[in-house]
Write a protein that binds this ligand. Structure first.
Ligand code: GTP
Ligand code: MG
Length: 423
């Protein structure tokens, strides 16, 4: 008992890990959010034979402080706010968390209405947003007040629907106004190319252009790419959103799992979002981030596989340059980076001895690169063609938007395409 209280009183300063408040928006954001918390929780609470008990405890403590808080009865509570304009996805998310029984969402963490935005960005942004601003911002503030120290916000949303995209853009703007010094990273789900939503290209360009003004970084996952991972690497036959979301959660978890700080000590990084963005977003014109990770495979294959660090990193680098021209040089090769960044600063390596999510060795690469230029250019082109024939525009103007807003979005994103193109 005595030793315990001494330990707590004498927490060294590095102990103060900063927390992230996650905002889950719309169907997609809520479904993915659950998987992310569950992955992080399961990973940090399974004990890993490969490292010491002390190491495991430090890892778990760091992960918990980032993403969970503790309620009186000892059950971990996700530092999350759930928002949707229709109840279905939130109800399902809450009941999945309750069924699993490992951790839970806060008792007052949800904001929900009866009627979604019907895939209309303008309805989410200009109608639902202003109408429900106060209660939504109150929920977020309550969660922020429960953090000893706030690293920033992680906002999960799709860009093709109406609520996650439109209301998500609205809320990110409000967070920027109210918490200007806190970092904001938006996790955005890029729709399938052969999308289900007819106006998805409109919703996408409106989302991206607004977030470009109010967010610090856009971490983008394309449903097509994640689908391919499920089919080819995980060998799943009938692929559901849940399968996609588990792959996504694994990727996000491997980005957010605690890693050692660079000072050579074996202490975990304190400020997950701050450290990521300091390295990845050195210029406000370039905010689009992508993740690649390795390995990711079905549990069956995993049982028969072994990996070496050299092999994993080589493969990861090939994924980065896709054409495997240069083989041996590592990530320090200046040819991989834009000329205005010194390769020493352009690349940084974060490590931990702790295995992640069943994988004894794994590597994830977060990069700010030209990866998304082509998909962005395609979406802007398709939206422009629809706009030129004025298709569906009345749905947006009826909800309070002007044609001018579309034009602003096109201009901004064409500039982004040009900037990335010139790297
Ligand atoms: N990866 C993934 N994508 C999803 C999921 N649910 C929906 N999507 C994608 O999200 C887009 C549709 O957006 P939703 O999130 O359903 O829309 P919403 O935010 O609830 O907005 P409204 O329903 O219009 O009010 C499509 O591109 C879907 O492919 C999910 O669980 N995982
Ligand atoms: Mg919905």
């Amino acid at each position: 008992m005595l030793t315990h209280s001494l330990v707590f009183q004498k927490r060294p300063s590095w102990w103060l890990v900063m927390s992230i408040v996650t905002v889950q928006l719309g169907q997609c954001g809520n479904q993915i959010g659950f998987e992310v918390f569950d992955t992080l929780f399961r990973d940090s609470h399974c004990s890993q034979g490969l490292c010491s008990k002390r190491e495991n405890e430090a890892y778990q403590a760091s992960c918990s402080e980032r993403f969970f808080r503790e309620e009186e009865n000892g059950v971990p509570v996700a530092r999350a706010v759930l928002v949707d304009m229709e109840p279905k996805a939130i109800n399902q998310t809450l009941s999945r968390a309750a069924q699993a029984g490992r951790w839970k969402y806060g008792q007052h963490a949800c904001f929900c209405q009866r009627q979604g935005s019907g895939n209309n960005w303008a309805y989410g942004y200009s109608v639902h947003g202003p109408k429900h601003e106060e209660p939504m911002m109150d929920l977020i503030q309550k969660e922020v007040e429960k953090c000893d120290s706030l690293s920033g916000f992680f906002i999960i949303m799709s860009m093709a629907g109406g609520t996650g995209s439109g209301l998500g853009a609205f809320l990110t703007q409000k967070l920027q106004d109210q918490y200007s010094s806190a970092l904001k990273m938006n996790q955005i789900i890029w729709p399938y190319g052969t999308g289900e939503v007819i106006v998805q290209n409109y919703n996408s360009i409106l989302t991206l252009s607004h977030l470009y003004r109010s967010s610090d970084a856009l971490l983008i996952h394309e449903n097509d790419a994640v689908h391919k991972i499920c089919a080819r690497r995980m060998n799943i036959k009938q692929i559901s959103f849940r399968d996609l979301n588990q792959v996504l959660a694994h990727q996000l978890g491997s980005v957010f799992q605690p890693t050692y700080s660079e000072d050579g000590s074996l202490h975990y990084r304190r400020n997950p979002l701050g450290d990521l963005m300091e390295h990845l977003v050195p210029h406000p014109e370039f905010k689009m981030l992508g993740v690649r990770n390795i390995p990711q495979m079905s549990e069956n294959s995993l049982a028969y596989s072994t990996f070496t660090w050299a092999g994993l990193l080589k493969h990861l680098r090939q994924m980065l340059i896709s054409s495997a021209k240069m083989e041996e040089e590592g990530f320090k090769d200046p040819a991989l980076y834009t000329s205005w960044l010194d390769p020493v600063h352009a690349f940084s390596l974060w490590k931990t001895q702790r295995a992640f999510d069943k994988y004894e060795k794994s590597a994830a690469l977060v990069s700010n690169s030209q990866l998304l230029v082509k998909p962005l250019d395609t979406i802007v082109g398709k939206a422009w063609n629809m706009f030129a024939s004025k298709a569906y525009i009345h749905q947006y103007t009826r909800s309070g938007m002007e044609e001018e807003d579309f034009l602003d979005s096109f201009t901004l994103l064409e500039q982004v395409v040009a900037s990335y193109g010139s790297l």
